[in-house]
Design a protein around this ligand. Structure first.
Ligand code: G3P
Length: 220
């Protein structure tokens, strides 16, 4: 399973890129706004920090506008992936971009039929929004399971399932169990994955016992 970081904060990206666990980055207009920075400047910096795919979202709502923005975004770096919304304009833009060999992340997916359309449009990634479905009182993870089952029925589909709007460690575990190809995580959620109280407690005990021996693993 690949892990992407869902942030436009370059300090956080720098911090976690050093762990070797980050396979890519996803951004959206809200995350760019939160960074408080110029969109092109921040995306260029992000693309310099990670070699994997960096999703950059178009903001036009018509196909021609999306294609014009995609062309501009792709000038930033070779690892830019175009993110387009799951609308007919976005699907049409996705098909055209995919036909030109451009990787597209189709975002704002809330149903299995939307994911089916994205795969038919040639999307490189489909982004089902787990947390926002849970917010409505439904089961976001069920959508991941449905998309996995549908895509597995049609091996010609090459679209990867990118679990998005992840809010908890349980979302990550359940996305992995359901066969999502990628999970995009806010940095705090990634950080929490390694945490377990018994790990901390066990480590404290080991270090205490070790200190009592007076030994060192390094040559003096
Ligand atoms: O990048 C899109 C997505 O991950 C948004 O998450 O928490 O705003 O629903 P959230």
């Amino acid at each position: 399973m690949k892990f992407f970081l869902d942030t436009a904060d370059t300090d956080e990206i720098r911090q976690y890129a050093g762990t070797g666990m980050i396979d890519g980055i996803t951004t959206n207009p809200s995350l760019i706004a939160k960074s408080g920075r110029d969109v092109f400047e921040v995306l260029e910096e992000i693309c310099g920090l990670v070699s994997g795919p960096v999703s950059a979202e178009v903001t036009a709502t018509d196909t021609d506008g999306m294609l014009a923005e995609a062309a501009r975004l792709r000038e930033i770096a070779g690892n830019i992936v175009i993110k387009a919304p799951l609308t007919w304009a976005g699907l049409t833009a996705t098909r055209k971009l995919a036909d030109d060999g451009v990787a597209v992340n189709v975002t704002l997916c809330f149903s299995a039929n939307q994911a089916l359309l994205a795969a038919k449009a040639g999307a490189a990634y489909i982004s089902p929004f787990i947390g926002r479905i849970d917010d409505m009182g439904a089961d976001g993870m069920e959508l991941i399971r449905e998309i996995r089952a549908i895509y597995d029925n049609y091996p010609d589909f090459k679209t990867e399932i990118l679990a998005a709007s992840i809010r908890t460690s349980a979302h990550v575990r359940d996305s992995a169990l359901a066969g999502a190809d990628v999970a995009t995580l806010p940095p705090a959620t990634l950080e929490a994955l390694a945490k377990h109280p018994l790990t901390d407690k066990g480590l404290d005990a080991f270090l205490k016992d070790w200190a009592a021996t007076g030994q060192s693993l390094l040559k003096e």
